[in-house]
Ligand binder design. Sequence first.
Ligand SMILES: C[S@@+](CC[C@H](N)C(=O)[O-])C[C@H]1O[C@@H](n2cnc3c(N)ncnc32)[C@H](O)[C@@H]1O
Length: 272
Amino acid sequence: MTPLAITQPQAALAFDHMAAEYDEVFTRSMIGRAQRDAVWNLLTQTFWSGDHILELNCGTGEDALFLAQRDVAVTACDASERMIQVATNRLRTENPAASVKFTLLPTERLRELQAAPMFDGAFSNFSGLNCVADLKQTAEDLAALLPPNAPLVVCLSTRFCAWEIIWFLLHRKFRKAFRRCSGRATAKVGEFTIDVYYPTLRKLQQLFSPSFALRSCIGIGVTVPPSYVESWIHNYPQLLGFLRAVDKVISPLPGFRVIGDHMLLHFERVQA
Ligand SMILES: C[S@@+](CC[C@H](N)C(=O)[O-])C[C@H]1O[C@@H](n2cnc3c(N)ncnc32)[C@H](O)[C@@H]1O
Protein backbone atom coordinates (compact mmCIF):
# COMPACT_ATOMS: atom_id res chain seq x y z
CA MET A 1 0.00 0.00 0.00
CA THR A 2 1.35 3.43 -0.93
CA PRO A 3 1.05 6.51 1.27
CA LEU A 4 -1.71 7.74 -1.10
CA ALA A 5 -4.26 5.38 0.40
CA ILE A 6 -7.94 5.53 -0.53
CA THR A 7 -9.70 7.94 1.80
CA GLN A 8 -12.83 5.80 2.02
CA PRO A 9 -12.19 2.06 2.00
CA GLN A 10 -15.81 1.54 3.04
CA ALA A 11 -16.93 3.13 -0.26
CA ALA A 12 -15.15 0.37 -2.17
CA LEU A 13 -16.77 -2.25 0.07
CA ALA A 14 -20.18 -0.63 -0.33
CA PHE A 15 -19.87 -0.69 -4.12
CA ASP A 16 -18.59 -4.29 -3.95
CA HIS A 17 -21.90 -5.05 -2.29
CA MET A 18 -23.84 -3.46 -5.20
CA ALA A 19 -21.76 -4.71 -8.12
CA ALA A 20 -23.69 -7.87 -9.02
CA GLU A 21 -27.03 -6.04 -9.29
CA TYR A 22 -25.79 -2.67 -10.50
CA ASP A 23 -26.51 -3.27 -14.18
CA GLU A 24 -30.00 -4.59 -13.53
CA VAL A 25 -30.91 -1.89 -11.04
CA PHE A 26 -29.32 1.10 -12.78
CA THR A 27 -27.59 0.46 -16.12
CA ARG A 28 -30.56 -1.26 -17.74
CA SER A 29 -33.28 0.75 -15.97
CA MET A 30 -35.34 3.19 -18.06
CA ILE A 31 -34.10 6.15 -16.03
CA GLY A 32 -30.47 4.99 -16.02
CA ARG A 33 -30.68 4.59 -19.80
CA ALA A 34 -32.23 8.03 -20.28
CA GLN A 35 -29.61 9.77 -18.12
CA ARG A 36 -26.71 7.84 -19.67
CA ASP A 37 -27.86 8.56 -23.24
CA ALA A 38 -27.58 12.27 -22.44
CA VAL A 39 -23.99 11.72 -21.23
CA TRP A 40 -23.13 9.63 -24.31
CA ASN A 41 -24.33 12.47 -26.51
CA LEU A 42 -21.44 14.59 -25.19
CA LEU A 43 -18.95 11.69 -25.19
CA THR A 44 -19.49 11.11 -28.92
CA GLN A 45 -18.68 14.77 -29.59
CA THR A 46 -15.60 14.76 -27.35
CA PHE A 47 -13.67 11.49 -27.74
CA TRP A 48 -12.70 10.23 -31.19
CA SER A 49 -11.60 7.03 -32.87
CA GLY A 50 -7.91 6.46 -32.12
CA ASP A 51 -7.98 8.32 -28.78
CA HIS A 52 -6.76 6.64 -25.60
CA ILE A 53 -8.64 7.94 -22.61
CA LEU A 54 -8.62 7.44 -18.86
CA GLU A 55 -11.89 6.61 -17.14
CA LEU A 56 -12.24 7.05 -13.39
CA ASN A 57 -14.75 5.10 -11.27
CA CYS A 58 -15.80 3.01 -14.29
CA GLY A 59 -18.16 0.71 -12.39
CA THR A 60 -19.31 -2.24 -14.52
CA GLY A 61 -17.75 -0.80 -17.67
CA GLU A 62 -20.85 0.36 -19.56
CA ASP A 63 -19.22 3.55 -20.81
CA ALA A 64 -15.84 1.96 -21.56
CA LEU A 65 -17.55 -0.70 -23.69
CA PHE A 66 -19.55 2.00 -25.50
CA LEU A 67 -16.42 4.02 -26.25
CA ALA A 68 -14.55 0.90 -27.36
CA GLN A 69 -17.25 0.27 -29.98
CA ARG A 70 -16.28 3.67 -31.37
CA ASP A 71 -12.58 2.66 -31.47
CA VAL A 72 -11.64 4.71 -28.43
CA ALA A 73 -9.11 2.84 -26.24
CA VAL A 74 -9.91 3.10 -22.54
CA THR A 75 -7.91 2.57 -19.37
CA ALA A 76 -10.74 2.26 -16.87
CA CYS A 77 -10.20 2.35 -13.10
CA ASP A 78 -12.40 1.76 -10.08
CA ALA A 79 -11.88 1.29 -6.34
CA SER A 80 -14.28 -1.66 -6.10
CA GLU A 81 -12.82 -5.08 -6.81
CA ARG A 82 -16.24 -6.56 -7.59
CA MET A 83 -17.12 -3.76 -10.02
CA ILE A 84 -13.85 -4.44 -11.84
CA GLN A 85 -14.67 -8.17 -11.88
CA VAL A 86 -18.11 -7.55 -13.41
CA ALA A 87 -16.58 -5.15 -15.96
CA THR A 88 -13.86 -7.64 -16.89
CA ASN A 89 -16.44 -10.42 -17.37
CA ARG A 90 -18.52 -8.12 -19.57
CA LEU A 91 -15.47 -7.28 -21.66
CA ARG A 92 -14.72 -10.98 -22.13
CA THR A 93 -18.27 -11.85 -23.22
CA GLU A 94 -19.38 -8.68 -25.02
CA ASN A 95 -16.28 -7.47 -26.87
CA PRO A 96 -13.09 -9.44 -26.15
CA ALA A 97 -11.18 -7.63 -28.92
CA ALA A 98 -11.88 -4.17 -27.47
CA SER A 99 -8.98 -1.94 -26.41
CA VAL A 100 -10.15 -1.63 -22.82
CA LYS A 101 -8.11 -2.29 -19.72
CA PHE A 102 -9.95 -2.48 -16.40
CA THR A 103 -7.75 -1.67 -13.41
CA LEU A 104 -8.41 -1.77 -9.69
CA LEU A 105 -7.29 1.71 -8.66
CA PRO A 106 -8.98 4.24 -6.36
CA THR A 107 -9.02 7.79 -7.68
CA GLU A 108 -7.01 8.85 -4.62
CA ARG A 109 -4.12 6.75 -5.98
CA LEU A 110 -4.15 8.09 -9.55
CA ARG A 111 -0.51 9.15 -9.18
CA GLU A 112 0.48 5.49 -9.38
CA LEU A 113 -0.77 5.32 -12.94
CA GLN A 114 1.97 5.51 -15.53
CA ALA A 115 0.84 6.98 -18.84
CA ALA A 116 3.43 7.28 -21.52
CA PRO A 117 2.45 8.93 -23.76
CA MET A 118 -0.20 10.92 -21.92
CA PHE A 119 -3.92 10.19 -22.29
CA ASP A 120 -5.95 12.04 -24.93
CA GLY A 121 -8.69 12.79 -22.41
CA ALA A 122 -10.34 11.68 -19.20
CA PHE A 123 -13.84 10.93 -18.03
CA SER A 124 -15.79 10.16 -14.86
CA ASN A 125 -19.46 9.26 -14.89
CA PHE A 126 -22.30 9.15 -12.39
CA SER A 127 -21.03 10.42 -9.09
CA GLY A 128 -17.85 8.45 -8.46
CA LEU A 129 -16.18 11.82 -7.84
CA ASN A 130 -18.81 12.65 -5.20
CA CYS A 131 -17.08 9.98 -3.07
CA VAL A 132 -13.68 11.71 -3.26
CA ALA A 133 -12.89 14.09 -0.40
CA ASP A 134 -9.98 15.93 -2.04
CA LEU A 135 -10.94 16.81 -5.61
CA LYS A 136 -8.21 19.46 -5.78
CA GLN A 137 -5.68 16.63 -5.54
CA THR A 138 -7.58 14.64 -8.19
CA ALA A 139 -7.44 17.66 -10.51
CA GLU A 140 -3.68 17.96 -9.96
CA ASP A 141 -3.17 14.25 -10.61
CA LEU A 142 -5.25 14.42 -13.79
CA ALA A 143 -3.32 17.48 -14.95
CA ALA A 144 -0.13 15.39 -14.85
CA LEU A 145 -1.73 12.78 -17.11
CA LEU A 146 -3.30 15.04 -19.74
CA PRO A 147 -1.63 17.27 -22.35
CA PRO A 148 -2.77 20.86 -23.09
CA ASN A 149 -6.20 21.06 -24.80
CA ALA A 150 -7.18 17.54 -23.69
CA PRO A 151 -10.86 17.21 -22.66
CA LEU A 152 -11.96 16.15 -19.19
CA VAL A 153 -15.65 15.18 -18.87
CA VAL A 154 -17.08 14.66 -15.39
CA CYS A 155 -20.62 13.88 -14.27
CA LEU A 156 -21.39 14.44 -10.58
CA SER A 157 -24.47 14.53 -8.40
CA THR A 158 -25.68 18.09 -7.88
CA ARG A 159 -26.13 19.83 -4.55
CA PHE A 160 -29.75 20.83 -5.24
CA CYS A 161 -31.88 18.27 -7.05
CA ALA A 162 -35.40 19.63 -7.65
CA TRP A 163 -36.89 16.18 -8.29
CA GLU A 164 -35.40 14.80 -5.09
CA ILE A 165 -36.65 17.65 -2.93
CA ILE A 166 -40.19 17.47 -4.33
CA TRP A 167 -40.36 13.65 -4.35
CA PHE A 168 -39.29 13.21 -0.74
CA LEU A 169 -41.38 16.15 0.49
CA LEU A 170 -44.42 14.50 -1.10
CA HIS A 171 -43.45 11.31 0.74
CA ARG A 172 -43.00 13.31 3.96
CA LYS A 173 -39.34 12.29 4.20
CA PHE A 174 -38.04 15.71 5.11
CA ARG A 175 -34.43 14.85 5.96
CA LYS A 176 -34.01 12.91 2.74
CA ALA A 177 -35.50 15.76 0.73
CA PHE A 178 -32.67 18.10 1.76
CA ARG A 179 -29.90 15.56 2.39
CA ARG A 180 -27.55 17.02 -0.27
CA CYS A 181 -28.07 20.67 0.53
CA SER A 182 -25.34 21.09 3.18
CA GLY A 183 -22.75 19.85 0.68
CA ARG A 184 -21.98 16.65 2.55
CA ALA A 185 -24.06 13.63 3.52
CA THR A 186 -23.66 10.04 4.57
CA ALA A 187 -25.21 7.25 2.54
CA LYS A 188 -25.96 3.83 3.92
CA VAL A 189 -25.30 0.94 1.54
CA GLY A 190 -25.98 -2.40 3.19
CA GLU A 191 -23.87 -2.40 6.33
CA PHE A 192 -21.56 0.36 5.08
CA THR A 193 -21.78 4.10 5.61
CA ILE A 194 -20.02 6.33 3.12
CA ASP A 195 -19.38 10.07 2.99
CA VAL A 196 -20.73 11.77 -0.10
CA TYR A 197 -19.74 15.31 -1.10
CA TYR A 198 -21.88 17.64 -3.21
CA PRO A 199 -19.73 20.49 -4.57
CA THR A 200 -21.52 23.27 -6.46
CA LEU A 201 -20.65 24.17 -10.05
CA ARG A 202 -18.69 27.20 -8.86
CA LYS A 203 -16.77 25.12 -6.33
CA LEU A 204 -15.91 22.55 -9.01
CA GLN A 205 -14.59 25.29 -11.27
CA GLN A 206 -12.36 26.46 -8.41
CA LEU A 207 -11.19 22.96 -7.55
CA PHE A 208 -10.21 22.14 -11.14
CA SER A 209 -8.53 25.47 -11.86
CA PRO A 210 -5.89 26.55 -12.79
CA SER A 211 -5.14 23.37 -14.80
CA PHE A 212 -8.63 22.97 -16.24
CA ALA A 213 -11.02 25.57 -17.69
CA LEU A 214 -14.75 24.88 -17.87
CA ARG A 215 -16.04 24.81 -21.45
CA SER A 216 -19.65 23.72 -20.85
CA CYS A 217 -22.05 22.42 -18.23
CA ILE A 218 -25.41 20.73 -18.75
CA GLY A 219 -27.87 19.12 -16.38
CA ILE A 220 -28.44 15.37 -16.49
CA GLY A 221 -31.82 14.29 -15.17
CA VAL A 222 -33.41 17.72 -14.82
CA THR A 223 -36.99 16.70 -15.59
CA VAL A 224 -35.99 13.02 -16.03
CA PRO A 225 -36.13 11.80 -12.40
CA PRO A 226 -33.46 10.13 -10.23
CA SER A 227 -33.18 6.34 -10.49
CA TYR A 228 -35.12 5.60 -7.29
CA VAL A 229 -38.26 6.81 -9.10
CA GLU A 230 -37.92 3.90 -11.57
CA SER A 231 -40.72 1.73 -10.17
CA TRP A 232 -43.17 4.64 -10.53
CA ILE A 233 -42.05 5.95 -13.95
CA HIS A 234 -42.02 2.40 -15.30
CA ASN A 235 -45.80 2.67 -15.58
CA TYR A 236 -45.55 5.84 -17.67
CA PRO A 237 -43.04 5.25 -20.48
CA GLN A 238 -44.59 7.99 -22.62
CA LEU A 239 -44.14 10.50 -19.81
CA LEU A 240 -40.47 9.53 -19.57
CA GLY A 241 -40.14 10.03 -23.34
CA PHE A 242 -41.64 13.49 -22.94
CA LEU A 243 -39.32 14.35 -20.02
CA ARG A 244 -36.29 13.23 -22.06
CA ALA A 245 -37.37 15.63 -24.81
CA VAL A 246 -37.84 18.46 -22.30
CA ASP A 247 -34.37 17.79 -20.84
CA LYS A 248 -32.80 18.15 -24.29
CA VAL A 249 -34.12 21.71 -24.44
CA ILE A 250 -33.65 22.96 -20.89
CA SER A 251 -30.58 21.05 -19.62
CA PRO A 252 -28.00 23.59 -20.92
CA LEU A 253 -29.85 26.59 -19.47
CA PRO A 254 -28.35 28.40 -16.45
CA GLY A 255 -30.65 27.79 -13.49
CA PHE A 256 -31.86 24.43 -14.81
CA ARG A 257 -28.46 22.83 -15.41
CA VAL A 258 -27.58 22.79 -11.69
CA ILE A 259 -30.89 21.48 -10.30
CA GLY A 260 -30.94 18.09 -12.02
CA ASP A 261 -29.92 14.77 -10.48
CA HIS A 262 -26.45 15.19 -12.02
CA MET A 263 -24.46 17.83 -13.86
CA LEU A 264 -22.11 17.09 -16.74
CA LEU A 265 -19.04 19.31 -16.96
CA HIS A 266 -16.70 19.55 -19.91
CA PHE A 267 -13.30 20.94 -18.91
CA GLU A 268 -10.24 21.52 -21.05
CA ARG A 269 -6.67 21.09 -19.87
CA VAL A 270 -5.04 24.51 -20.02
CA GLN A 271 -1.54 25.74 -19.23
CA ALA A 272 -1.49 26.79 -15.59
C1 LIG B 1 -22.62 5.17 -9.14
S1 LIG B 1 -21.27 4.20 -9.62
C2 LIG B 1 -20.96 4.76 -11.28
C3 LIG B 1 -20.26 3.70 -12.08
C4 LIG B 1 -20.06 4.01 -13.55
N1 LIG B 1 -19.21 5.18 -13.73
C5 LIG B 1 -21.35 4.19 -14.28
O1 LIG B 1 -21.48 5.17 -15.01
O2 LIG B 1 -22.22 3.33 -14.19
C6 LIG B 1 -19.94 4.93 -8.73
C7 LIG B 1 -18.64 4.17 -8.92
O3 LIG B 1 -17.62 4.91 -8.27
C8 LIG B 1 -16.72 3.99 -7.69
N2 LIG B 1 -15.96 4.71 -6.65
C9 LIG B 1 -16.41 5.25 -5.51
N3 LIG B 1 -15.40 5.84 -4.82
C10 LIG B 1 -14.29 5.67 -5.59
C11 LIG B 1 -12.94 6.07 -5.46
N4 LIG B 1 -12.53 6.75 -4.38
N5 LIG B 1 -12.07 5.75 -6.43
C12 LIG B 1 -12.48 5.06 -7.52
N6 LIG B 1 -13.73 4.64 -7.70
C13 LIG B 1 -14.65 4.96 -6.76
C14 LIG B 1 -17.59 2.89 -7.17
O4 LIG B 1 -16.89 1.70 -6.91
C15 LIG B 1 -18.62 2.79 -8.30
O5 LIG B 1 -18.21 1.84 -9.25
